[in-house]
Design a protein around this ligand. Structure first.
Ligand code: SAH
Ligand code: SF4
Length: 435
């Protein structure tokens, strides 16, 4: 969601004649689009924003001072306080008023001084703002903003507000526009896409969104994120029915322990989650499953953690994003006693990462010898002679670039790759033809 918001910010500034540059040194204006879901993101922002203070200006700039803006979740949460802590910051804005940035920027350029604007509620969707998409062949498409769940550890509902859905016609029109412009892959976005439409139509209509976006003729369709308590049979069935829906699902479990899931206010049990996995595999054999897991939630004991490891082994995830619990001020979990020593949490975390990597390796081994369709993204960072792209199951795939072709030439093309090497993080092989 943050990447998408950043594309909007670039779009607005480019519409005013700005150019996007690759480094802080070259930039006259720096806009930080921030995340506060875990403390590490806070720390990173403070460090990077502080480093702007002594960064020399670009040679030839017409400005006497680099303009620095902080937007997004940390701007929303901290507002004016950021300027008190970092007086060289010029602008602070929040999650609900991306569209104010050009005005705040003009004020900072004309008048100097500090300009903060944070709203309590959204003033409309940022989806009508100009957009500078980072890629020509893939597009993020937000269908909801905000979140109505109250997972006890999570700051997102506080900084992103109540869940609001975009009208289905608008979503379909945007998807059709991408398809007609040659975009290959659309990823529908929301904190919990499964509850899409509840605010607009009285009941969720996510399965209908999938069906209608599929009908645009888009080649690849994905979505994130899905809350297990709201994943319906209809959505599960979509994996069997819809040709464009890729066989990969991100379904955050957070913990395998029913006691901890209850304390997290997740509203499902381990058995319910495993039941969903079974139904997904019935509907779409071979579906790649990925997840998010928090280690060290307050009160998590050794047996709770063992349950998490057990579920990870049982499911066989292709990928898992593992996080050490981070206390977020203002969330219900912040008030819970938290007495597990940090070394114990770290040891469990490392153990879990080991299991997750083993699982990912095992899942990738299953692709050996298979011919997979790869959406090429360009050349590999590891070796410019290789193309890098994504399989339908979202695995990274490398293969030698066809002769005479550069990474740029091939980006956005679909090619067939025969897999002859399977590692934990990627598959590799040779291009055997176009799709
Ligand atoms: N709405 C999505 C994603 C929310 S944030 C969902 O529900 O899946 C992405 C991930 O960050 C979460 O899934 C969770 O695993 C992690 N996360 C959120 N708050 C956290 C916290 N306080 N400490 C550690 N991890 C957290
Ligand atoms: Fe946070 Fe839970 Fe909402 Fe996801 S569903 S954003 S974890 S409150």
């Amino acid at each position: 969601m943050n990447k998408h918001d950043s594309e909007r910010v670039c779009g607005m500034l480019e519409a005013q004649g700005s150019l996007c540059v690759g480094t802080y040194e070259e930039a006259d204006i720096v806009v930080f689009m921030t995340c506060c879901v875990r403390e590490a993101a806070d720390v990173r922002l403070l460090g990077q924003a502080a480093s702007m203070k002594n960064l020399p200006l670009r040679a030839g700039t017409p400005l006497s001072k680099r303009i620095v803006a902080i937007g997004g979740c940390i701007g929303q949460r901290d507002g004016e306080k950021l300027i008190a802590d970092l007086p060289h910051i010029d602008i602070v804005f929040g999650t609900h008023n991306l569209s104010s940035l050009p005005r705040l920027l003009a004020a900072a350029l004309d008048e100097g001084g500090h300009h903060t604007e944070v709203l309590d509620h959204a003033e409309g969707f940022s989806t009508d703002l100009p957009l500078a998409r980072a890629s020509g062949w893939a597009a993020w498409l937000p269908i909801t903003v905000g979140c109505d769940n109250r997972c006890s550890y999570c700051i997102v509902p506080t900084v992103r507000g109540r869940e609001r859905s975009r009208p289905i016609e608008e979503v379909v029109r945007e998807a059709q526009g991408y398809k007609d412009a040659g975009v290959r892959e659309v990823t529908l976005l929301g904190q919990n896409v499964n509850s899409y439409g509840r605010d607009l139509y009285g009941s969720p209509r996510f399965a209908e969104v999938l069906e209608r976006v599929d009908a645009t003729g888009i080649t690849r369709l994905r979505f994130a994120t899905s809350h297990p308590k709201d994943l319906t049979g209809e959505v599960i069935g979509s994996f069997a029915r819809l040709g464009s829906l890729m066989p990969a699902l991100h379904l955050p479990i957070q913990s395998g322990s029913d006691r901890i899931l209850a304390a997290m206010n997740r509203n499902y049990t381990q058995a319910h989650y495993l039941g969903l996995i079974e139904r997904l595999r019935d509907a779409c054999p071979g579906i790649a499953l990925s997840t998010d897991i928090i280690v060290g939630f307050p009160g998590e004991g050794a047996s709770d953690f063992d349950e998490t490891c057990k579920v990870v082994e049982e499911v066989g995830f292709s990928q898992a994003f593992t996080f050490i619990y981070s206390r977020r001020e203002g969330t219900p979990a912040a008030a819970l006693p938290d007495d597990t020593p940090a070394e114990v949490v770290q040891e469990r975390f490392d153990r879990l990462v080991g299991i997750v990597q083993e699982q990912a390796w095992r899942q990738n081994q299953k692709e050996l010898g298979a011919v997979v369709e790869v959406l090429a993204e360009g050349s590999s960072k590891r070796d410019p002679r290789l193309l890098s792209g994504k399989s339908p199951k979202n695995q990274t795939v490398h293969a030698p670039l066809p002769s005479g072709m550069s990474g740029e030439d091939i980006a956005g093309s679909l090619v067939k790759v025969r897999v002859d090497e399977a590692k934990t993080w990627y598959l590799a092989g040779d291009v055997v033809g176009p799709v």
